[in-house]
Ligand binder design. Structure first.
Ligand SMILES: *[C@@H]1O[C@H](CO)[C@@H](O)[C@H](O)[C@H]1NC(C)=O
Ligand SMILES: *[C@@H]1O[C@H](CO)[C@@H](O)[C@H](O)[C@H]1NC(C)=O
Ligand SMILES: *[C@@H]1O[C@H](CO)[C@@H](O)[C@H](O)[C@H]1NC(C)=O
Ligand SMILES: CC(=O)N[C@H]1CO[C@H](CO)[C@@H](O)[C@@H]1O
Ligand SMILES: [Zn+2]
Length: 371
C-alpha cells in the first residue's frame, strides 16, 4: 500500500471512529457554533433545533440568510369546485397502508442502510402514483455527499411560466434520539406522516391532471428531504443549489407531523408564525378557512424547527403547518413509541386538502412581486 493511500485511509477512519470532526451549526438568527456529531445529538435531545451549515460556507456571509422577496398571493379563492372534485378522491386507507409500510423500516435514520432502503421504496411509490402522467412528470434523486439516503424531487413542469416554482416539502427520515444508530425509530408522526400526506396529495392531483389535462402554468414540485434530523441537511443541499442556479421558488409549504390529535373535540391545525413568510402564511390561512373542515391556531416552533428554514435561509418565502398548536403536538416523537396506532388519518386528510387547495390556487396564479 502506498503511503499516501494509507494516509488517506487513516484520515478517513479517524473521524469515523472518533467523530471529532467539527460541524458548524446555526442555532438562532445570530448564533453559530462549532460542535462534534455527538454534541449535535446532545443538543437535539435537549430540544434545540439548528441548521448544519458546514458544507455551505456562502450561507455564513449573512447570519439572517438572503433577503426573502414578497409576492402577491390570491386574496379571493375561486377554485372551490376543482378542489372539492380532487379531494373527494383522498383515500385514508391508502394513507394507512403507505404509512404502515414506511414505518416498517427499522429506522429511517439517514446514515443507516434501512434509511437508504426506505428512500428506494419511497421513490418507487412516487413513480407508481405519477406514472399515468408519462413524461410530463420528472423524478430526480438528489444524492448527498456524506450519507446514503437520497432526497427526492417530483416535478410537474409549468406550461406558461415554468420558472416559477411552488414547492411542497416533507422529510422522509426518522431518528431515535437515544441511540440513533442502533435503536429502532418507526417515526410514524415525525415525520412519516408529512411524507404520506404529500404522497396522497400527489396521487390525487396526478389523477386529476390525467383526467382533465388542466396543467398548471407554474411548476409544481413535491420534495422528500433526507437528513432533516441531522440539521436540515437534505433540504439545505437542495435550496442552496436552487439559489446558486438562480431558481425562483415563489412559495414553499412544509408539512411535518400531520397525524396526531390530542383532543378530538378541539381538532385544528397549527400555523407557524415565527421564522416564516408572513405574507405567504396569510394566504395559507385563507386556504385553511376555505378548504379545510377544521380551523387553525397560530403557534410558534422556534428557530430551524423544520425544512422550510432551508428555503428561507436561501431567500425563498416559506410556511409551515403542523398537526396542532405546538404545545399539543405528539410527545412520542424520536422514540420507539412514535407509532401508527397513535395517529388519526382523517386529520391527515385535512392536511392533504391544504396541499390541494394551495396547488390549485397557486398553479395558475400570475406571480408578481409586491411593490
Ligand atoms: C409499484 O407498482 C408495482 C406494479 O404494480 C408493484 O409491484 C409494486 O409493489 C409497487 N411499489 C410500491 C412501492 O408501491
Ligand atoms: C389517463 O389518461 C388516459 C388518456 O388521457 C386514459 O386513457 C387513462 O385511462 C387515464 N388513466 C387514469 C388512471 O385515469
Ligand atoms: C446567477 O446570477 C448571478 C448574479 O446575477 C450570476 O453571476 C450567475 O452567473 C448566475 N448563475 C447561473 C447558474 O445562472
Ligand atoms: C414541526 C415539527 O414539530 N417538526 C418536528 C420534526 O422533526 C424536527 C427535528 O427533530 C423536530 O424538531 C420538529 O419539532
Ligand atoms: Zn424529529
Amino acid at each position: 500500500m502506498r503511503l499516501d493511500t494509507l494516509f488517506s485511509l487513516v484520515s478517513w477512519l479517524v473521524p469515523h471512529f472518533w467523530n471529532q470532526e467539527l460541524r458548524t451549526i446555526q442555532v438562532s438568527q445570530t448564533e453559530v457554533l462549532k460542535v462534534t456529531d455527538h454534541e449535535k445529538l446532545l443538543l437535539k435531545r435537549q430540544g434545540v433545533n439548528f441548521l448544519d451549515i458546514t458544507s455551505f460556507p456562502a450561507l455564513f456571509k449573512s447570519e439572517e440568510g438572503l433577503e426573502v422577496p414578497e409576492y402577491l398571493y390570491p386574496t379571493e379563492l375561486v377554485n372551490g369546485h376543482k378542489v372539492t372534485e380532487i379531494v373527494q378522491k383522498c383515500d385514508t386507507n391508502a394513507m394507512y397502508d403507505d404509512l404502515a409500510f414506511f414505518t416498517s423500516f427499522y429506522t429511517r435514520y439517514y446514515k443507516s442502510l434501512s434509511g437508504f432502503e426506505s428512500a428506494t421504496w419511497l421513490s418507487e411509490k412516487l413513480r407508481n402514483v405519477t406514472i399515468l402522467l408519462g413524461d410530463r412528470v420528472a423524478q430526480f434523486h438528489v444524492d448527498h455527499h456524506d450519507w446514503k439516503q437520497f432526497s427526492i424531487i417530483v416535478q410537474i413542469k409549468g406550461t406558461e411560466t415554468p420558472e416559477n416554482v411552488i414547492v411542497f416539502g416533507s422529510h422522509q427520515d426518522s431518528m431515535n434520539l437515544l441511540f440513533p444508530s442502533t435503536l429502532p425509530a418507526p417515526g410514524a408522526d415525525d415525520n412519516g406522516s408529512g411524507t404520506v400526506t404529500n404522497i396522497e396529495a400527489l396521487r390525487i392531483y396526478a389523477q386529476y391532471l390525467n383526467e382533465t389535462q388542466d396543467w398548471p402554468r407554474n411548476t409544481v414540485e413535491f420534495h422528500f428531504y433526507s437528513a432533516e434530523e441531522g440539521g436540515l441537511l437534505g433540504s439545505l443541499d437542495i435550496f442552496t443549489h436552487y439559489a446558486q442556479e438562480n431558481r425562483t421558488v415563489v412559495a414553499m409549504l412544509q408539512q411535518d407531523m400531520t397525524g396526531y390529535v390530542q383532543n378530538s373535540k378541539r381538532e385544528h391545525v397549527g400555523v407557524i408564525t415565527d421564522f416564516t413568510s408572513s405574507i405567504l402564511t396569510d394566504f395559507i390561512k385563507r386556504v385553511i378557512d376555505k378548504y379545510l373542515d377544521i380551523p387553525f391556531i397560530e403557534t410558534k416552533c422556534g428557530y430551524a424547527c423544520s425544512d422550510h428554514s432551508s428555503a428561507s435561509k436561501n431567500g425563498y418565502p416559506a410556511a409551515l403547518v403542523i398537526e396542532s398548536e405546538f404545545s399539543k403536538t405528539n410527545k412520542y416523537i424520536h422514540t420507539t413509541m412514535d407509532t401508527l396506532d397513535r395517529l388519526n388519518f382523517e386529520h391527515m386528510a385535512e392536511h392533504v386538502k391544504l396541499i390541494i387547495g394551495t396547488t390549485v390556487e397557486l398553479g395558475n396564479w400570475r406571480f408578481q412581486k409586491k411593490r
